[in-house]
Design a protein around this ligand. Structure first.
Ligand code: PEP
Ligand code: MN
Length: 363
């Protein structure tokens, strides 16, 4: 037989073997997916390094060559990695926050016509904390003029030091409610502890979970039992997976109205309070069906870069931004360095709106 013929014959032998391996790989993947489902039901981890080590040992023991044990390990490690990816992808599909179809969008509607999560770009604004009726009223008047329909009505502040201003408490919520009613706005406010929910429910239109409480599963579950929307901020130390699962706690407890907010993560930047992880926006939009907001105040911790960050938030595909506004930021009782004064807020809005118009024209 000529060597050309011999080559063809050998190649003809290889082709069906490839198909057999292919079939076996997919058969193996199907069984692995079943295993993943059982593990989810049992609540155990999909990744089981001990099981992988046992399989590799068995394969090396059975290996008769010509592949070395090292090569066999490499090949099977690739199979294990691919299988794990598949199982994790499948597990994500099973969670409620995960986007199931490209056009699946949660839209949250409020009684004053505000809609979060549709094609518009909404702004949530207001002082870091409620300090007085006059302060809230002055801010709300300017916000209302610019079409802002939701005000921060913060009665309780999570402060680093217990000696710093902790918020006006219920008195602050009363003021926020009064001012919001006057200007036809919705009130959103941070719940620091689940015991505050019934009282706060009297005053607010939406609850807010701060970065420090993102993984407080008792609080998340309690808010999951409420009828009002919940805005969940990303913790400064949380991965996106942890953030998504925190939102899942709220949804799995029965509340589907969840808004996600990126507020900066802790990195090594010394010139900003946190580092705005803008990639979180397209990733959260891609992975979940929930509205995604960007906090341009706590991410930067400084007001001088509010406008560029606002523009960035707009073009990132976010459903809106959150910004702190105070009539006299320098004498604010919290976050004095980052709050915008009323003129600066107007300038931010001019900037952000100019981008919206340009974007709309180009579509
Ligand atoms: C806030 O927005 O009032 C706040 C305290 O922010 P964070 O929870 O992101 O620190
Ligand atoms: Mn603040």
């Amino acid at each position: 037989m000529s060597s050309t013929n011999r080559l063809k014959e050998l190649r003809d032998e290889i082709d069906p073997i490839n198909l057999q391996i292919l079939e076996l790989l997919n058969k193996r993947a199907e069984i692995a997916l079943e295993i993943g489902k059982v593990q989810q039901e049992k609540g155990t981890q999909i990744y089981d390094p001990q099981r992988e080590a046992e399989m590799l040992t068995a394969l090396q023991y059975a290996n008769g060559g010509p592949f070395s044990n090292e090569t066999i390990s490499k090949l099977f490690n690739e199979i294990f990695r691919a299988t794990l990816n598949l199982e994790e992808q499948d597990a994500r599909q099973a969670i409620l926050v995960q986007r199931k179809q490209p056009d699946q969008h949660t839209i949250i509607e409020f009684s004053n016509g505000l809609r979060l999560g549709n094609d518009t770009f909404e702004v949530i604004a207001g002082p870091c904390a409620v300090e007085s009726y006059e302060q809230m009223d002055q801010v709300a008047a300017v916000l209302a003029q610019r079409g802002v329909k939701m005000i921060r009505g913060m009665g309780y502040k999570p402060r680093t030091s217990p000696y710093d201003f902790q918020g006006m408490g219920e008195e602050g919520l009363k003021i926020a409610r009064q001012v919001a009613n006057k200007h036809d706005m919705m009130v959103i406010s941070e719940v620091l502890d689940m015991s505050l929910i019934p009282m706060m429910d009297e005053y607010v239109d939406a609850f807010w979970v701060g970065a420090r409480n993102m993984q407080n599963s008792f609080l998340l579950r309690a808010l999951g039992k409420q009828k009002k929307p919940v805005l969940l901020k990303r913790s400064f130390g949380a991965t996106l997976k942890e953030f998504i699962y925190a939102a899942e706690y709220i949804m799995a407890s029965g509340n589907e109205q969840v808004i996600l907010m990126e507020r900066g993560i802790r990195a090594f930047s010394q010139w900003t309070r946190n580092t705005l992880d803008i990639s979180a926006v397209p990733l959260l939009k891609k992975e979940t069906h929930l509205p995604v907001f960007v906090d341009i105040s706590h991410s930067a911790g400084r007001r001088d870069i509010a406008n560029p960050l606002g523009r960035v938030a707009r073009v990132s595909g976010a459903d809106g931004l959150m910004v702190e506004v105070h009539p006299h930021p320098d004498v604010a009782m919290s976050d004095a360095k980052q709050q915008l004064d009323l003129d600066e807020f107007n300038s931010l809005m001019d900037d952000v709106e100019s981008i919206s118009m340009r974007q709309k024209q180009s579509v």
